[in-house]
Design a binder for this molecule. Structure first.
Ligand SMILES: Nc1ncnc2c1ncn2[C@@H]1O[C@H](COP(=O)(O)OP(=O)(O)OP(=O)(O)O)[C@@H](O)[C@H]1O
Ligand SMILES: [Mg+2]
Length: 411
């Protein structure tokens, strides 16, 4: 079934901003970006919704902005999930091929994935993703798609991502109360990876690090599939806090200064360069060397990147990543981040910007949009069965839509 013209929306509920991206499926299953909307996020801490009311406002505002730009009303989104509650592990499942001819059908694959997914989970946790690495048919290893092959024993190796049920429910609640349905919940770095990584990097082995405001999310590909995921509960907001404390200025000022003059590596800073720090209450602005700012920022960025490195080393995967490191997320906009990371990882590093899309590409060409663009691409990979078609959503009036949201919540 062709689904050209279908409309898919991604919603990244981040610690600092909520961002909605609307895309249309074009010819050859490409995505054209139609609209983008962003709104400051107030109801989250370290990637987790802690205040539904504030989150609902940010969600509604971001989606409405994107809808306005796209000239389309949507009714459902693929929403991101992140935070320290996310854990992951590898698992295996085995089944006997029960078809008469011993030919493996999609039903067999579904069954073996079901077996691999059957892990003991505490009541309050749920499985968010089951990501197959490879299949083994009898003793033949390294099979990506076993459908159509013949064998008696089918084994699946998968990576399972789990999260706190309450966190997922709070995301769904916030989106529903804004008047929208949720097609699926997606682990945020998985979305960012879809938007920024190239196929050859995934084959060679690559680590994606998405440094946002509250968390740094890690995702590792080896031989084309996801092998490891992790979350570090530290991000760009910690850098801002350090500046605020170090320079004794309010947080908002510190954020502005970081974006304007921030640099992650003091030794590439011109020692002569002076910057102006606006003072409060009409006093004269303070002038100081940019190097001082760099010396506040560098240790924190170093700490975040060291924690990522440690995480990789603890899993023994750091030495198998010939594709290097891709850093994305808003914090990667900080000058010198790539260079500092190269030193810490001792590997080539690049900054990941959404690619492989058409339409309003300029509007999303920043690491800040990697997750939201990736959520649309994730939606695309779900094929039409996995999402509500948004094309006719314009027929819904806002009131009716909001009622749908309420029904979703109560039933
Ligand atoms: N130009 C810039 N220079 C330096 N830092 C920046 C710049 N632009 C944004 N940031 C930082 O990026 C961070 C926000 O990144 P992003 O938008 O990816 O986070 P988020 O998705 O809201 O949060 P999270 O993923 O942690 O939930 C903030 O800490 C912000 O200060
Ligand atoms: Mg983010």
């Amino acid at each position: 079934m062709s689904y050209d013209d279908y409309v898919i929306a991604g919603l990244d509920i981040g610690t600092t901003k909520v961002c909605a991206v609307i895309g249309r499926v074009g010819e050859y299953e490409s995505i054209d970006i139609l609209g983008v909307g962003s709104s400051p996020s107030k109801g989250l801490r370290k990637g987790v919704v802690v205040n539904i009311e504030s989150t609902v406002h940010s969600v509604a505002s971001a989606i409405e902005k994107a809808e306005l730009m796209a000239g389309i009303e949507i009714k459902s989104v693929f929403a991101g999930i992140a935070g320290g509650h996310i854990t992951s592990r590898n698992s295996k499942g085995v089944v006997a091929v029960s078809t008469r001819s011993h030919e493996i059908t999609p039903a067999e694959v579904e069954r073996v994935i079901g077996a691999a997914k059957a892990i003991a989970l505490p009541m309050e946790r749920e499985v968010i993703h089951v990501l197959p690495h490879e299949f083994v048919v009898d003793s033949q290893e390294g099979i990506k798609d076993p459908v159509g092959m013949t064998g008696v024993r089918l084994e699946a190796e998968v990576h399972i991502v789990t999260g706190a049920m309450a966190s997922a429910q709070n995301i769904v609640k916030s989106v529903n109360r804004g008047g929208y349905a949720v097609n699926d919940i997606v682990f945020e770095p998985l979305a960012s990876a879809l938007a920024t990584l190239k196929d050859d990097e995934k084959e060679l082995g690559v680590v994606l690090v998405d440094i946002g405001g509250g968390t740094a999310d890690i995702l590792v590909y080896q031989n084309g599939s996801i092998r490891h995921t992790g979350v570090i509960s530290m991000g760009g907001n910690h850098v801002t806090n350090d500046i605020s404390i170090g320079l004794r200025i309010p947080n908002q000022r510190a954020e502005e200064i970081k974006r304007k003059w921030g640099i992650a590596l003091s030794e590439i800073t011109d020692s002569e360069e002076m910057i102006e720090i606006p003072s409060l209450g009409g006093r004269k602005p303070a002038v100081m060397p940019r190097q001082v700012l760099a010396e506040i920022i560098e240790p924190r960025m170093e700490e975040i990147l060291f924690l990522v490195r440690e995480n990789l080393e603890s899993k023994d995967i750091k030495d198998t990543l010939s594709g290097g490191v891709v850093i994305t997320g808003g914090a990667s906009l900080l000058e010198g981040t790539g260079k500092l990371a190269e030193r810490i990882f001792e590997m080539p590093v690049r900054i990941g910007i959404p690619s492989g899309i058409g339409g309003l590409v300029e509007e999303v060409s920043s690491p800040e949009y990697a997750t939201s663009v990736g959520l649309v691409l994730y939606g695309l990979s779900m094929k039409p069965e996995g999402f509500t078609d948004n094309r006719d959503a314009g027929l819904f009036s806002n009131i009716k839509r909001r009622m749908v949201g309420l029904f979703d919540e109560f039933f």
